[in-house]
Design a binder for this molecule. Sequence first.
Ligand SMILES: Nc1nc2c(c(=O)[nH]1)N[C@H]1C(S)=C(S)[C@@H](COP(=O)(O)OP(=O)(O)OC[C@H]3O[C@@H](n4cnc5c(=O)[nH]c(N)nc54)[C@H](O)[C@@H]3O)O[C@H]1N2
Ligand SMILES: Nc1nc2c(c(=O)[nH]1)N[C@H]1C(S)=C(S)[C@@H](COP(=O)(O)OP(=O)(O)OC[C@H]3O[C@@H](n4cnc5c(=O)[nH]c(N)nc54)[C@H](O)[C@@H]3O)O[C@H]1N2
Ligand code: SF4
Ligand SMILES: [Mo]
Length: 730
Amino acid sequence: MLESKLSRRTFLKGSAAAAALAGAGTVSFGAWRAQKAGAAENATITEAPTLCNGCSSKCGLVATMQDGRLWTVRGSAAHPYSKGTICGRGHGLAQLAYSEERITQPMRRTESGDFEPISWDDAFSEIGQKVKDIIASDGADALAIIQDPRPSGKYYSKRFMNALGSPNVYAHSSSCNLSKESAYQLTIGASNYSTDFGNAKMVVFIGRSYGDGIRPSSVMSIASAAESATRIVLVDPRLNNTAIFADDWVPINPGTDLAFLLAICNVLIEEDLYDHDFVEQYTTGFEEFAAQAKEYTPEWAEEITDVPAEKIVELAEALAKAVPAASIEAGWRAVIGCSYFNSFDTARAGTAVNALLGSWGQKGGALLTSSPKAGSLSDTRFADPPKPESKAIGAKEYPLALASAGTNIAALEGALDGRIKGMFFYNSNAAKGYAQPKTWAEGLEKLDLVVTVDVQMSETALLSDYVLPECTYIERLELPEWIGGKKHFVGMRTAVLDRVHPETKTCDEIFNGLAEACGVGEYFQFTAEELAAAQLESVGVSIDTMKKEGVVELADPKFEYKVPAFKTASGKFEFKTDAVGEAGLNPVIGYVPRKVFPKEGEFAIIGGKQGIHSHTMTQNIPALNAISRQYNMERLWMNAADAAELGIEDGDMVEVSSSEHTGQVAVRVTQRMKPGVVFLPTHYGGSSPYQTRAYQYGIALNDFIPFDAEPGVGSMMSQEVAVTVRKVEA
Ligand SMILES: Nc1nc2c(c(=O)[nH]1)N[C@H]1C(S)=C(S)[C@@H](COP(=O)(O)OP(=O)(O)OC[C@H]3O[C@@H](n4cnc5c(=O)[nH]c(N)nc54)[C@H](O)[C@@H]3O)O[C@H]1N2
Ligand SMILES: Nc1nc2c(c(=O)[nH]1)N[C@H]1C(S)=C(S)[C@@H](COP(=O)(O)OP(=O)(O)OC[C@H]3O[C@@H](n4cnc5c(=O)[nH]c(N)nc54)[C@H](O)[C@@H]3O)O[C@H]1N2
Ligand code: SF4
Ligand SMILES: [Mo]
C-alpha cells in the first residue's frame, strides 16, 4: 500500500516532486498582504465577479485585484441568496491560489511510490494509452469517474465517461445527502425542499445546523425568523451553534430520530390533528401508514430516543396549532443524508409529518420550487455522445440510489471485486471522505489506472498513478450555474485572476486533452467559454453581461403558494412506495432501528461541520488552520458528567477506539452534549504529508467506521459505530 511506504521526509526532502509544488516565485498570504500595505498609491485596482468554490452554495463573490494580484473577496450583492455576504471559508479559500502547497504540474507515481513531475503531453498520452488498453481488455464499463459536482466538472465528467462508452459516473452523495435525496424523490418527487422562513410559525430541525453547516442565505433566513418569533426547535444530541436562534433543544439518542418523527405522526393521527383534505386528495398509502403508526406511541419512542413522551406530544400539538406555517426542515447530511442504516426512512418520515400537517406548498410551510436550465443548442459540436447501453455499476445493487449520480460505494465495490480497472477523480477527495479510507486505499491499489484532478496533494491524489493540477476556481471560467427558487437566476464563475502557475490547466482544458488522448476528441471540439456563451444565449443572456454582473435574473417562474404537483410515480405524496418494497425494504414509511447501539462502557459518536472549514478541503489553508489551532477546534466534545466518571478534564488527551481504528485527541468537556454521546468535528486528521499544516492534526471520524452501505440507497452510514474513550496518562 502506497501510504505506508511514504514518510513525511520522503515527501518533503526537496526532491523534484517537492519542486513541482508551488514554491519559488510565490509568497504566502501574510507576506502578500504586507506587500499590499506597502504598495504604491497608484496601483491599478480592478474588480470582477465570480462564484465561490468553498461548498455547494456557490455564493456570488466580487474579487478585487491590485496590479493583477488578488487583494480581497467580498459577497456579491447581486447574488439572490448570499446577498452580499460570504462565510469565513469563502474568505479563506481564496488564499488557495497563492498556497505554497499547490500542485503546479502533472505528477506521475514512480515504482518506488514517490511522485515525479512530468509534462502534460506525457501525462495525456500515457493516460490515453492505459484507457485504451483497459477498454480493449475489459470494455469501457471498467472505467469510472467520481466528482463532487462543480458547474464545469459535472458536465465534463459525464461527457468524458459517456464518450468513452462508460455509464459509470458518480458523485459525492453517498457521503452527503444520498439517503435524503432518494427518499424525497420517492415521497415528494423532488430531491429537496425549502422552508418558507419569512412566514413560518414553527420549524423543527432534525440534526441540521445552519450555525455550523453554513450557507449564508440560510443563516440570514433563520436569523430573521427568530426575530419575528418563529418557534425553532433543534433536535440534536449536541447543542449546536444554531442554538442562538432556537427556542428548544431536544437532545436525542443518535440515530433514533425516526422513532421521534413516527411518534409525532402517531400523535397527529391518534389525536385527529392531521389535515384530512390534504391526506385524502393528495396522498397515497395513508391507510397502511396509519395502521402501522398506531404502534409508534410517544411512550414507545421515549424508550428508544430518550425524549420524554410529554415533550413529543407537546411538540406535535404545537405543530398542529401552527399549521400550515409549521414543518420539519429539509435537513442535509447528518441523520438523514448518509449516517445510519435508517437514514432513508428517517428522511421519508420527516416528509410524512409535513404531509399530515398539510404544509406542502403553503405559506410558512415546506415549499417545492423550480430551477431554470439552458435551452436546446443548435451547434452540433455540443451534441451529446451516444448514451452508453449498459447501466452503471450499482444500479442493480442499490436501486433506490436516486440522487443525480448513484452511489460511489458501488464504484469502490467494483474496484475491489475487479469490475472496475480505471478510475478518475475530479474535485473529490473520496479516499479520505467517502467511506473507510483503508478500504479506498485497498480498492485503488487494485486498479490499473487512477487519475486525480486536484489543486493540492489530497489523500486521494496520493493513491493515484497520475495527478493533474487544475488552476484554482478563482483563475478559471466555468459553465453557468443555474439557480432555482421562488425566482430564477443564472450565475457564472469567471477567471478573475491570471494563472498563478502556468503549468496548471482549467477543467475544460484537462478533459479536452484527456478526451483527445483517449481517442474521443471529436466530442470535445469547444471550450467551456464557447459552450457557456451558447447556453447563456439560449436564455437571452450575453456572456459579456455575465462576465460583468456575475449573476443575472431570468424570466420569473411565477411561484404561487399551492399544493405542488408531486412528480412521484403516483403523482401524489407517497406514504407507501412499491419500488421500496421491490428493493426489499418496507414500502410503507415505518420504523427501522439503527444498526449499532453502543454497549455498556461505549459511546455513540457523531460528527459535524465547523463554520470555518469545508470537508477536508480547507484544513491546510494557513489562516483557517491557524484559527483551528488557536482555539483547539479539533477536540472531541464530551459531556461533563461522562468526563468526570472517566477522570477526564478539559484539554486532556484521550484514546478513542472502534473496531477499525484507534487515535488520540484532546477533549472538550461541555454541558452541550447528551451524556453517552461524543462529537467529533469532521475536518481534521489529514494524512497527506504534502499538506503540512493539516497533516496528522486531529483525528478523522471516517477512519473509525466499518466499510458498509445502507440497504437500497448505498450510503456510507458514517455514524454506524460505537467507540470507547479512555484517558491517556501523561
Ligand atoms: N462550515 C461548513 N458548512 C457547510 C459545509 C462544510 O463543509 N462546512 N458543507 C456543506 C454541505 S456539502 C453539507 S452536506 C451541509 C451539511 O449540513 P448539516 O447537515 O447541518 O451538517 P452536519 O454538521 O453534518 O450535521 C448537523 C448536526 O447534526 C447533528 N447530529 C449528528 N448526528 C445526529 C443524530 O443522530 N440525530 C440528530 N438529531 N442530530 C445529529 C450534529 O451534532 C450537527 O450539529 O453543510 C454545508 N455547509
Ligand atoms: N472527513 C470528512 N469526510 C466528509 C465530509 C467531512 O466534512 N469530513 N463531508 C461529507 C460531505 S457533506 C460532502 S458533500 C463530501 C464532499 O466531498 P469532497 O468534495 O470530496 O470534499 P473535500 O473532502 O473537501 O475534497 C475536495 C477535493 O477537491 C479539491 N479541490 C478544491 N478546489 C478544487 C478545484 O478548484 N479543482 C479541483 N479539481 N479540485 C479542487 C480539494 O483539494 C480536495 O482534495 O464529503 C463528505 N465526507
Ligand atoms: S457558504 Fe461560504 S464556502 Fe460556501 S460558497 Fe458561500 S462563501 Fe463559499
Ligand atoms: Mo455535503
